[in-house]
Design a protein around this ligand. Structure first.
Ligand code: PEP
Length: 250
């Protein structure tokens, strides 16, 4: 089973319209007309249009960082999946640890968003990962299993194969501490086995599992060489053309 590598840049709450355009342009120029690797840029919602202006007609895809799981209506400040598709998004990051920690997002919220994303033709990138305390208490697998079971609640086999999971140990996000390739691969293999039990081994073999947490050009190659690591979700290093392109080239 060959899974296409997917490198996504999570720009978080950074950039302005001019810098968003120039970052997107630098990446689009480096990627060229075709790419073996799927490249996804996830700008702040305010700059999705600025970025899709640059990526239109190129292989670079655009993703959102969140959505609200409802049809149009009285939900001040929110954006739904149809709106994101309408402005050119193909992906959406869901359940990022920052949203889980700062906005109190729970697995049940992530599951609602997952179903809304799929109904709106967006590919969800579902983030899971343990804190340092949980890793030290040997709870990594239990935490990740519970997040995956909760976030994927109600997902049917037919749609499961198309989702993306990002394993992002919370202690490695934005800290400069990267999981070793062995630590990351062990959790990725565990996730794939779990997906096999929840769905089928065939579905599990198709789901792409990204690693996220201080990925840089200098450590990406060894992580991406692991059999169950199918890409990277990149925060800090996605804000500089050279760093992000360096990761894509790994
Ligand atoms: C992230 O926020 O998804 C992330 C992995 O950040 P960083 O690469 O900066 O650790």
């Amino acid at each position: 089973m060959t899974r296409r590598t997917i490198i996504a840049g999570n720009w978080k709450m950074n950039m302005r319209s001019a810098s968003a355009r120039s970052l997107a342009k630098g990446i689009v120029d480096a990627v060229g007309k075709t790419s073996d690797v799927e490249v996804v840029l996830c700008p702040p919602a305010a700059y999705i249009g600025a970025v899709t202006d640059v990526t239109a007609g190129t292989p670079v895809e655009v993703g959102a960082q969140n959505l609200f799981p409802a049809d149009d209506g009285a939900f001040t400040g929110e954006l739904n999946a149809d709106m994101l598709t309408d402005v050119g998004c193909r992906y959406v990051i869901l359940g990022h640890s920052e949203r889980r920690q700062l906005m109190g997002e729970a697995d049940a919220d992530v599951s609602k968003k997952l179903h809304a994303a799929l109904a709106g033709n967006l590919v969800p990138i579902v983030c899971v990962g343990e804190t340092l305390e949980q890793r030290e208490a040997d709870e990594t697998e239990a935490v990740v299993e519970s997040q995956i079971r909760g976030s994927l609640e109600g997902l049917d086999e037919a749609r499961a194969a198309g989702i993306v999971i990002a394993y992002e140990p919370v202690w490695a996000i934005g800290t400069g501490k990267v999981a070793t390739k062995e630590q990351a691969e062990a959790v990725h293999a565990f996730i794939r086995e779990l997906l096999g039990k929840m769905f089928t081994p065939d579905v599990a073999a198709q789901v792409r599992i990204q690693y996220g947490g201080s990925v840089k050009p200098g450590n990406a190659a060894e992580l991406l060489a692991q059999p169950n690591i199918d890409g990277a979700l990149v925060g800090g290093a996605s804000l500089k053309v050279d760093d992000f392109v360096g990761i894509i080239q790994c």
